[in-house]
Ligand binder design. Structure first.
Ligand code: GLU
Length: 289
């Protein structure tokens, strides 16, 4: 069976040089391995995704010279898959509803932080303090029945007990440039959100389920998602899904030394194209020759 690669952008902005590196690496690696290349549109966040950004993704990737299999998978068309997985995790007793607003969570964290330092996840956000986990079943049911919006969170401690130790094979580079087998550390993320108030899935849940549904064997993506792999491995184990190989690549940094954001217009592929750049200029600009 040929290996399966995928490029999975979110249509919440125009593609920039960082996306170009990811897309071109996926295409190069798929070609070198005699593999297939898939494109997936990660559009669960309806409030930020726009059809014109999706159209621009197809245009920019075609201009870069990429070809991919049809049909393109769009996450917004697979909410049933995410709901079904949440149902299975719920039946295992591994998820719980969390009703707080962002401001309420910030206040809960601040109260803890007044006592002692409070842990941050690998992206620097404070861990959810777990208050909703202690709600009595009757109170939970009452709030759900009242129509209060809620997110579903993974009970990380229970999930890890069920899954046991997990590893993944990294063919790219870890935080210190190393390759090989990594030990997953999902606890670093705390009780992560698996479905949001406004969408029946979160990035972690959808990406894991979609990679399995599409038979992806090799996940090639930016090193900003290196630590997220720990959560993905945990979900794969809980849901009985195969583990792909992972290849996290260097990030393209902006002039300020930070990871490129969607709003960094100077690095948007369409701006470069309008300014006369060719696809081979883009390959050079991202360090591929
Ligand atoms: N959709 C994610 C992004 O735009 C990438 C997800 C992944 O490659 O796992 O950053």
């Amino acid at each position: 069976m040929p290996p399966v690669y995928r490029f999975a952008p979110s249509p919440n902005g125009y593609l920039h040089l960082g996306h170009a590196l990811s897309a071109l690496l996926n295409a190069d690696m798929a070609r070198a391995a005699g593999g297939r290349l898939l494109l997936r549109i990660e559009d669960i966040d309806a409030s930020r995704c726009r059809p014109e950004f999706e159209t621009a993704i197809y245009e920019d990737l075609t201009w870069l010279g990429l070809t991919w299999e049809q049909p393109v998978r769009r996450q917004s068309e697979h909410f049933d898959l995410y709901r079904d997985a949440l149902g299975r995790l719920d039946a295992m007793g591994l998820i719980y509803p969390s009703f707080e607003s962002r401001a309420e969570i910030a206040a809960l964290v601040a109260a803890r932080e007044a006592q002692a330092p409070w842990p941050r996840d690998p992206d620097g956000a404070p861990l959810y303090p777990g208050d909703a986990k202690t709600l009595l079943p009757a109170e939970r049911a009452r709030r759900v029945a009242s129509g209060a919006p809620y997110a579903m969170r993974l009970d990380m401690a229970a999930a890890m007990t069920r899954a046991g130790a997990l590893t993944w094979l990294e063919t790219g580079a870890g935080p210190r440039g190393e390759t090989g087998t990594f030990i997953a550390d999902p606890a670093a993320w705390g009780d992560v959100i698996l479905s949001r108030k406004d969408a029946p899935g979160s990035y972690h849940l959808a990406v894991t389920l979609d990679d399995a549904a599409q038979g992806v064997t090799d996940v090639v993506r930016g090193s900003d998602l290196f630590h997220a792999t720990s959560v993905h491995r945990l979900l794969q184990c809980l849901l009985g899904l195969p583990a792909p190989r992972y290849h996290h690549h260097r990030l393209i940094l902006g002039a300020d030394g930070r990871k490129l954001g969607k709003s960094t217009q100077a690095t948007a592929l369409r701006e470069r194209r309008a300014a006369g750049a060719t696809p081979s200029d883009i390959r050079k600009a991202v360090g591929l020759d």
